[in-house]
Design a protein around this ligand. Structure first.
Ligand code: ADP
Length: 492
């Protein structure tokens, strides 16, 4: 990353102006119907950053109508037009990468390095990938006797997309890329905690040539704004990323008129280290699997299974790694871990730490809040846990890993690794590739990383088994989420 300290100070000063943002509907900034606003604050300092509209059902209706009216033209736009616009979006994001990284850091708390190199780089890659996909939406032709059969792919219509706060711009890109390239129109409801980068993205998309009404962005809380969006009669499809609990509400809301639904939900992912693993890779790998983005990842490697012979070495290594992590504000270039996103999240993670302690788990490091101002939590390694503990079973969504020893790679290990209601991701560290693949084949998870963790690519589908979700995002698969199939049969 080429970034000077002066640059970040200058940008921070520019962003320190406290603005009130509207919804972005039909290409215009629009005040919310309720007149109520939500205050955003920097999670490292709790200073006010900006105000956003607290959206309601009337705002939802306006935004959905705009998307509905924009659909006929956009759905018939040429692949070349869609490709060009998506490419320009990627180019403009790259030109302002530092601004966007800064917004993520100020609003979400993550470090500027992580925001720049992971989040914004990932978002750019997504738009580039789906720019290319605009020309890959081929239908098919089938011949049978005296009929000619055509199989068309058509955009599904108006899409409601609801996203969380852990990767604000990246989650918006995961959703928008496939929707826009297939010719759908969108109402995007961003998380109430972290809307800033996506709000700026909406404006950037307009500058890049996206016609008004194709992307509409709403801000607001889940119940008053997200729920009516998921239930709106003119919405054809809902794509949601967030908690499993809310995912179930989305399914109910969308069920009235049987909208198509895709869900990317929670996880409690096993990361398995075998005794033949390269420890120089496995130990930092296991630490990053959980501490990346402060553990606020649905695919975090939160259950660390280590083969007995190497258990002490790995647990000691990960504990040392955790103790060495420098906590601080994300804008400070020395910081390695920022604050959690919000007071709510701090309380939730602290609650899990208390429950672990009460149920007899032992923290080898961390286990408590750091400082008093921002929402910092110390990276924590728990041992002596058992399957009946909440910290063992439930998604904590914080920098807390549970280390679990196992004897041999057998049915028992696989049963324990799969013993979760989730199935989003898993990791395996070993030098024996054949063994790694045999384990990978038996893990009930949408992504299995071998000798790595948290590697994402626009071309690689991502999503979950079991209660981790429905469908896959990214890759070519994601296009299917936004396309209908029409068979035309002509007698000749
Ligand atoms: P988290 O617990 O990590 O904040 P949530 O699942 O609560 O995750 O939130 C993810 C997104 O879902 C946010 O944009 C939030 O506003 C939205 N949301 C929350 N509740 C509902 C709901 N009942 N209907 C629709 N959207 C909701």
């Amino acid at each position: 990353m080429t970034m000077k300290l002066q640059d970040t100070r200058l940008l921070a000063a520019r962003l320190s102006e406290v603005k009130t943002y509207g919804h972005f509907i039909n290409g215009e900034w629009t005040e919310g119907h309720s007149g109520e606003t939500i205050e955003l604050s920097n999670p490292a300092t709790r200073q006010t950053l900006a105000y956003i509209q607290s959206g309601d059902a009337v705002d939802v209706d306006r935004a959905v109508n705009a998307a509905h009216h924009a659909f006929p033209r956009w759905s018939k736009s040429s692949p070349a037009q869609r490709q060009t616009i998506l490419r320009v979006i990627a180019d403009r994001l790259r030109a302002r990468q530092l601004d966007y990284a800064m917004m993520e850091t100020l609003n979400n708390g993550k470090t500027i390095t992580e925001a720049f190199t992971h989040d914004i780089t990932g978002a750019i890659g997504l738009f580039e990938y789906y720019a290319g996909a605009a020309f890959q939406l081929h239908g098919q032709v089938a011949d049978f006797a005296d009929s000619t059969m055509l199989i068309h792919r058509e955009p599904i219509g108006v899409v409601a997309q609801i996203i969380p706060w852990n990767f604000p711009l990246l989650m918006a890109a995961w959703k928008l890329g496939p929707a826009l390239t297939t010719g759908c129109t969108v109402v995007l409801k961003v998380a109430e905690e972290t809307p800033l980068s996506a709000l700026r993205l909406a404006e950037l998309c307009q500058e890049a040539g996206l016609p008004n009404g194709v992307l509409n962005l709403l801000t607001g809380f889940g119940e008053p704004c997200g729920a009516p969006l998921a239930a709106h009669a003119m919405v054809d499809k809902v794509a949601f990323t967030g908690s499993t609990e809310v995912g179930k509400l989305i399914v109910k809301a969308a069920s009235n008129d049987l909208k198509k639904v895709t869900l990317e939900l929670g996880g409690k992912s096993p990361n398995i280290i075998l005794d033949d693993a390269d420890m120089d890779l496995a130990i930092p790998g296991a630490a990053n699997a959980i501490f990346f983005n402060h553990g606020q990842c649905c695919c975090a490697g939160s259950r660390l299974f280590v083969q007995e012979k190497k258990y002490d070495q790995v647990v000691e290594g990960v504990t040392q790694f955790a103790k060495n992590i420098r906590l601080g504000p994300g804008l400070d270039s020395r910081t390695q871990m920022g604050p959690l996103v919000s007071q709510t999240q701090l309380e939730r993670v602290s609650g899990y730490l208390r429950s672990g302690e009460e149920q007899g788990a032992k923290a080898l490091c961390g286990g408590k809040r750091h400082g008093e101002n921002g929402y910092f939590v110390e990276p924590t390694v728990l041992v002596d846990t058992s399957p009946d503990m909440k910290v063992y079973r439930e998604e904590i969504f914080g920098p807390v890993v549970t280390a679990i020893p196992f004897k041999s790679v057998d049915d028992d290990l696989l049963t324990r690794a799969n013993d979760t209601t989730y199935g989003l991701a898993a990791g395996i560290y070993t030098r024996d590739m054949a063994r790694a693949h045999r384990i990978a084949n038996r893990l009930r998870a949408g992504t299995v990383w071998i000798n790595c963790y948290n590697i994402f690519d626009a071309a690689l589908p991502f999503g979950g088994y079991k209660q981790s979700g429905w469908g896959r995002e990214m890759g070519h698969n994601a296009l299917d989420n936004y396309l209908e199939t029409k068979s035309i049969c002509a007698s000749i």
